[in-house]
Structure formats: C-alpha cells, structure tokens
Write a protein that binds this ligand. Structure first.
Ligand code: DP6
Length: 337
C-alpha cells in the first residue's frame, strides 16, 4: 500500500491571528507573523486503505496511541479536510492515518499548527496532488481551508506571514528562512491542561469585544514594524512589537462576550520577571502568549542559557522547551507504521 510521511513544526506568532473576516473560507481579519519552532513537532504517516471508513489514530504527548474521538470540533475539521482533498483528487480510496506530537497539545503551543499542516501536506501527497504540495503558496491555501490559521504559517520555512485578503490572496509568504536569525523561543510551561475556550470559538467571539476594531486599526503599523525588525534582526524593535501584540490580543479576549481568560497567576509572574530581567540585567528577552497560560520567551541564542536558568527558578514554571527557527512542513522517509 502506498504510504507517505511528513513532519511539521508548530510556530509562535509574533503578530497574532485572532478574529476572521470570513468564517467559511477562514480568511483572517488581520495578517499575522510567526517563527517555526524546532522543539514542537507533529509527525504524520498516511496510507491509502481498502477499508470502508477513514481511520485516524493519534498519540498525544506522554500518552499511547488512541483512535481519534470524532466528537470534537478539531476532529470534524480534520475529517472535512480528508473529504475535501479526496474530492479534488478524484481517488475514492479511504486513508489510514497515524499522527503524533512531541509536545503537550492545546496548551497554547499552537498544536493544530503542526498537526493540520502535516495532515494537509500528507493528504496532498498520498492523493497524488504533488503540484499543490510543491507550490508552497497553494499548499498554504489548502491548509487554510481546514480552518487552522496558525497551520498556514507552517507551510514555509523560518519566519512567515499569513496575509489577510481574499480566497486567492490570503496565504503564507516567507519573510526570511530559518538560518536568517539565531532567535530562540523558550516555552515556559506552567499548565498542561486543555484550554477552556478553543481558538476556533475565540475567532467567532472576537467581534463581540468593543476593543476589536481598535486592535485592528492600531496593529497595522505593528505588522510593518515586526516585518522590518525580522529583516534587520532588530531584537528590541521585534520584542516591543510582540509584547504589545500579545497584550492587545489578550485584551480583546478578556473583553469578548463571554470573556476568555487564558492567563493564570504563573503567566503574570513570568511577565513581571521578564520585565525585571530586562531592567536589572539588561538582557533583551520578551514575552508572548497564544490562547493559553504558557509563556513564550523570545531572545537571541547568545542569551539562551541565562534566560532559561532564570525562568526555571520561577516557582510556577514546571518545565521549559527550547526552540530555534525551523523548516516548514516537509516529507520524510521514516514511517510511523
Ligand atoms: C492565539 O485558528 O490557528 O494561537 O487551530 O487552535 O491553533 P488553533 O487556532 P488558530 O488560531 C491561532 C490563534 C493564536 C494566535 C496565532 O497563532 O496567530
């Protein structure tokens, strides 16, 4: 039986995607920018099958393989993506999928970024749609149609923007490759629980915040600032942009109706500790948070050891994951079954 395997990184958003312009085509309300992260990956193997139904098995961090529970929103999105890509290919065979993550899912480490980009890339390859896989813009559009915006940015290597626009123009664009800048993202894990309000629901709630339109207006100059900071490798400029953007997104989350609070006491402790590290030790390290309590600390590789040690001394921090800029989704030869 034909089999393909792919590996894909999660990414950390410097400019966040929160809220959609079109909920059917999954067009984001604003462009977002991220860096692929080397320590948080999904590996997926897909085979064509002669069974009557598709079979999906998943292995989450520190758990055993289990058949995917189809009652979740994510699983429904996954099945829709299988059906959609099968239809484009006109090959009627079902698929058998094994997929595993090497990091905790749903804890604010864009787990769907790596899993949905891997799924889409694997499906295009197994169903013979090699052209759509090879054209990274088209690949990113195909990923967008499964509904995970963060996954779009894992289509390309390194530092990537996901543009707003229309069905043709909303896709990934590379800003710089993974070798461009020795940045690190240290994830400070304080919480392993599943988030209470999923990002997909959050995108629908964003419009209910009275501050959402203000965010969209005030962030436009920040998107440009972030792009320029990456190109010029200006850490202070980048750091200011990413902190402002995370705070702005969380302000929208906290003022939505109903409100979504992702930060915990440990998140605030890290924010204060990072600010004081900058002030007292003059170490340029900056915080950001996705839809979760765990912090991502962005700095340059030369400060990695010092910042990592410092984070591990904060009582709330259970563990850290160290990430460097990484390649986007790619095919590999090693299969999971
Ligand atoms: C807060 O729609 O990509 O991480 O599919 O759950 O990862 P998931 O959500 P998605 O929205 C991402 C929201 C975010 C910010 C970001 O990564 O841009």
């Amino acid at each position: 039986m034909k089999k393909v395997s792919v590996i894909s990184p999660a990414n950390i958003a410097f400019i966040k995607y929160w809220g959609r312009a079109d909920h059917n085509l999954y067009i984001p309300r604003n462009s977002s920018i991220s860096m692929n992260i080397s320590g948080c990956k999904t590996t997926t193997t897909i085979a064509l099958s002669d069974k009557k139904e598709d079979e999906v098995y998943v292995k989450f961090f520190n758990q055993k393989y289990q058949q995917l529970n189809l009652n979740t929103r994510k699983a429904q999105a996954l099945l829709k993506q299988i059906v959609r890509i099968r239809q484009i290919s006109e090959n009627k065979s079902k698929v058998k999928i094994f997929s595993e993550n090497n990091f905790p899912a749903d804890a604010g480490i864009a787990s769907s970024a790596s899993s949905f980009s891997a799924l889409t890339a694997g499906l295009l390859l197994i169903y013979g749609l090699q052209d759509k896989f090879a054209d990274k813009i088209e690949l990113s559009r195909q990923i967008r149609l499964c509904g995970s915006g963060s996954a779009v940015r894992s289509a390309m290597d390194g530092f990537v923007e996901f543009t707003t626009g229309n069905d043709q123009t909303s896709h990934a664009v590379q800003i710089a490759d993974q070798n461009h800048w020795d940045l690190v993202d240290i994830v400070a894990l304080i919480d392993f629980d599943k988030k209470k309000i999923s990002s997909s629901l959050g995108h629908e709630l964003a419009d209910t915040s009275p501050y959402f339109e203000t965010r969209i207006t005030e962030m436009q100059s920040r998107i440009k600032q972030c792009r320029e900071a990456i190109i010029k490798k200006d850490l202070e400029k980048l750091g200011m942009a990413i902190e402002q953007d995370a705070i702005s997104m969380h302000a929208v989350m906290m003022t939505s109706r109903p409100p979504a609070f992702y930060w915990q006491p440990g998140s605030m402790a890290i924010i204060q500790a990072i600010i004081s590290l900058r002030e007292s030790e003059k170490i340029p390290a900056y915080f950001t948070f996705d839809a979760g309590a765990n912090a991502h600390i962005i700095t340059e590789a030369k400060y990695l050891e010092k910042v990592n040690q410092y984070l591990q001394q904060i009582p709330f921090v259970k563990n850290t994951i160290i990430n460097h800029p990484d390649l986007g989704v790619r095919e590999i030869n090693k299969h999971l079954f």
